[in-house]
Design a protein. Structure first.
Lengths: 273, 306
């Protein structure tokens, strides 16, 4: 990594669900249209991250579950309880420290950039699709008509000329913050403290811990409920962490196959039937 | 019946993405690659012990199976014209990279072994190729278990210790089945033993995998995967027993038992494939085990803090 590692801190407590990030991302990266449908999932007609959706705003609109405080949205908001809650969160590729998609890519198409981000080289990808089930977050996907795998590049082209990614640039509330990862982690910790002081005890960071199953995310979040409520895995682990164990078992299995067949020949006896 | 664990999700949508692989191509490859790899070991054994007809037939079978494997793998690529990019780098962290290199070594040796056996030319080269194919074959049969397990798919990754063993056992059953189908009864005793041992191993390893998987093991028992895996077990056990009882005496009995073993192995691979897809498509199997892990950790931290 020749440059400082950069990332996203997405503070969902100030997301207003405007989807400017989704639009800016589509526009800047010239991502094709991938279906216009009404889902019935609140204002979320985007549904999920995918080959042609690199930012996805999740909308959770539901009766407030018991024991959870309302987020004070504005100064003087008494939090008059409507009995409903709104959670909005702009999801994105996590640019994992230990990225399974990159590890399992057989062609070297996926690589780690000088900014510490994970990017697909589209001139090399042969559409084997191995990265798709490897990702513990369900981010990367093959575009059906194209065959190759696509995902967020953290606007690699913009980073190269000192610009921030399109989604962060477009975000009107600074819910999406871009910067050096170390700085973002400090800022995020302060924000959590601030929210805890105002009584939002549910506020917590997701993906900020370098000790977690993926070595920490390059794009991490401040969430107001459990990760799975937002469609995020509660305890993601990079699958290749267990690869040495798997190779050992494969070695043992291969030897058992040889041994088992040798035993079969021994039991059958040479030349007899 | 144990009540299903409560869990939260985002509108019931999957957390991870299931692979877009076609079952025919990839589960088909798991079967064919296993048949080829384990078949090369049986071929070498038959070659060494003077079971000439079986040896030649198994070498041809392995060549055919590995050729079809390569075709299936290339067909499944989103960009088949770029298949050569598979050999652009060697990456031990990518089972698919390791497998591509393995196949590119194994394929030619299996081809040389078969060509020499059929034509009778270059017998020493043929013998060397037979040995090399028997050495590489088990690796070809075993690595596909790692290929599936090295993903975030709960039904595959959760059984990452068992899957390579399950796949080699299934491969051995398939190869033994092929040997029973193509070999004369006077030569098929080793195949009958191998079929029996493979059926035992496959049954034991499947049990172990399901125990390990806990709630995710539902995906091995329900739906399409459940039907396939139950069929696989019935056919594999029937084929192994049929081979043991009839295989040495009756040509038709041997062939039928062999077909049962072959079909059983194919059902195992398609069943495991289907279980993986089902486990990826239901957020329950991603969220519940991870949530349980988090809670165990929190309890552990709470206990040590107290």
């Amino acid at each position: 990594m020749s440059e400082e590692r950069v990332g996203f801190f997405t503070d969902t407590s100030v997301c207003i669900g405007c989807k400017a990030c989704e639009v800016a991302c589509k526009e800047w990266n010239a991502i094709p249209e991938d279906g216009l449908s009404l889902t019935g999932m609140s204002y979320d007609n985007t549904q999920a991250l995918g080959a042609s959706t690199w930012r996805h705003v999740a909308f959770i609109e539901q009766p407030t579950p018991e024991g959870r405080t309302q987020l004070p949205l504005a100064e003087g908001d008494s939090g008059a309880d409507s009995g409903m809650r709104w959670l909005m969160s702009s999801d994105v590729c996590k640019h994992c420290t230990h990225a399974a998609c990159l590890d399992v890519c057989p062609t070297g198409s996926l690589f780690r950039t000088e900014f510490g981000t994970v990017v697909v080289q589209e001139d090399i990808c042969n559409g084997c699709g191995y990265c798709v089930p490897a990702c513990p977050y369900g981010v990367i996907e093959q575009r059906p008509a194209d065959g190759r795998a696509f995902k967020c590049t953290m606007c690699y082209d913009r980073l190269g000329v000192g610009q921030e990614p399109a989604c962060a640039k477009a975000c009107p509330t600074e819910s999406i913050q871009f910067g050096p990862l170390d700085e973002l982690r400090e800022r995020a910790a302060l924000r959590v403290d601030q929210l805890h002081e105002t009584g939002v005890t549910e506020a917590h960071l997701y993906g900020d811990d370098p000790e977690d199953g993926v070595g920490g995310d390059g794009a991490f979040f401040l969430l107001l409920d459990k990760p799975e409520v937002y469609g995020l895995p509660p305890d993601p682990v990079v699958t290749t962490r267990d690869l040495p164990t798997m190779w050992k078992h494969a070695g043992a299995a291969a030897l058992s196959l040889l041994g088992g067949v040798a035993l079969s020949f021994a039991l059958a006896g040479k030349g007899r039937r | 019946m144990v009540p299903r664990a409560e869990f939260e999700s985002y509108y019931g949508r999957p957390v991870i993405k299931a692979p877009a692989w076609a079952a025919r191509d990839i589960a088909g490859y798991f079967f064919l690659g296993g048949l080829a790899g384990a078949g090369s070991v049986l071929a070498a054994g038959a070659h060494l012990t003077g079971r000439g007809t079986t040896a030649t037939a198994m070498k041809v079978s392995s060549l055919a199976a590995v050729s079809l494997s390569a075709a299936a793998l290339i067909n499944d690529l989103g960009r088949p014209d770029r298949f050569a990019n598979m050999l652009r780098v060697f990456k031990p962290t990518s089972p698919m990279s390791v497998g591509s290199w393995l196949l590119s070594l194994y394929g030619p040796t299996a081809g040389a072994a078969a060509a020499s056996a059929v034509t009778g030319r270059l017998p020493r080269v043929g013998a060397a190729a037979t040995g090399a194919a028997a050495f590489l074959g088990p690796a070809v049969a075993a690595y596909t278990g790692v290929l599936a397990a090295d993903t975030a798919v709960p039904a595959w990754h959760g059984a990452h210790r068992e899957l390579p063993h399950l796949f080699t056992a299934s491969a051995t059953a398939a190869a033994a089945g092929m040997a029973l189908v193509v070999g004369p009864t006077c030569e098929n005793a080793p195949a009958r033993w191998a079929g029996g041992l493979a059926a035992l191993a496959e049954t034991a390893v499947t049990e172990a995998a399901e125990r390990r998987l806990g709630t995710v093991a539902e995906t091995y028992r329900e739906g399409r995967a459940g039907v396939l895996l139950r069929t696989a077990r019935a056919l594999t056990v029937a084929g192994a027993l049929g081979g043991a009882v009839l295989g040495g005496r009756c040509r038709a009995g041997a062939a039928l038992s062999g077909l049962a073993l072959l079909t059983g192995s194919a059902c195992t691979r398609f069943g495991i494939f289907a279980a993986g897809i089902a486990s990826a498509e239901d957020p329950r199997y991603t969220v519940v085990p991870q949530r349980e892990r988090v809670e165990r950790r929190q309890q552990g931290a709470g206990a040590s803090g107290a």
